[in-house]
Design a protein around this ligand. Sequence first.
Ligand code: NDP
Length: 285
Amino acid sequence: MAERLKGKPVADAIKEELTKKVEALKGRNIVPKLGIVRVGARPDDLFYEGGAKKTCTAVGMESEVFEYPEDIDQAAFEKAITDVGAKKDINGILMFSPLPKHLDERKIRSLIPVAKDVDCLSLGGAAKVFTDDPTGFPPCTPTACMDMIHYYNIPIKGKKCVVVGRSLVVGKPLAMLLLREHGTVTICHSRTENLPEVCKEAEILIAAVGRAKMINADYVKEGQIVIDVGINADPDNPGKYCGDVNYAEVEPIVERISPVPAGVGSVTTSVLCKQTIMACEMQNA
Ligand code: NDP
């Protein structure tokens, strides 16, 4: 039976540390604040927003939501995001994406000041992450994976790490973070040949595919550590969600595995707060 790598203890440890940092900042009359930019009201965005606000409150920092109508035009939204970016009391910005199709998202992302880009939406932010600049903030999900790996004392240096997925929000930056810590990284995607065999070679296997329960018993072997980033509607349990890993099949085989729900997803809002507090510290250094 595999050890279950739960997200909650990781999130709790981060929040404990952050609470101390916020107290120290408050001692200097500084209160870190996250700005949440939302266009429209998608249920997933509202759910994540609720969690982010709750975590901000839990660690003693502030948050403010900037909400815009679904039909806001490009010029108005460019002005809005520029104004939020210029606010002195906002240290970090989370903007929900994708934006409605009529908006030029690439251009809008570039208007987020890099120093406040705590979820790696801008090209400047991505450039920092991909050049190992420690003042850049990776997207929150890959950072959450790294925090899980660190919390559970999983060695990375020299280890074979296989990341399934190459998106800019998860797979690619995660591969960079593993590489930064001297993992030997393979990035897989939809055109990878012999994917099950490649996955079986991994010491650390990370699934960020967006396909419910795709990584099954054929992809794993004994002794592996499996981190499941996926969040998918569960085809077998309507109304529930599941990971990219078939937990029931994989768990009896591998050594350690993160569950879904209650795994990586439980850590992301704590990471968002952590990166906002880091941004605040840098802005007030
Ligand atoms: P994307 O759809 O942007 O990327 C999926 C990646 O998986 C692509 O690189 C794609 O390859 C690859 N892929 C798709 N199908 C296959 C296949 N059959 N075999 C091999 N590779 C495949 O998804 P995201 O990166 O945004 O998200 C990945 C997962 O993580 C999703 O389940 C998402 O819900 C979840 N997620 C979880 C978060 C959290 O906080 N826990 C936050 C963000 C995402 P190609 O590039 O060739 O198309």
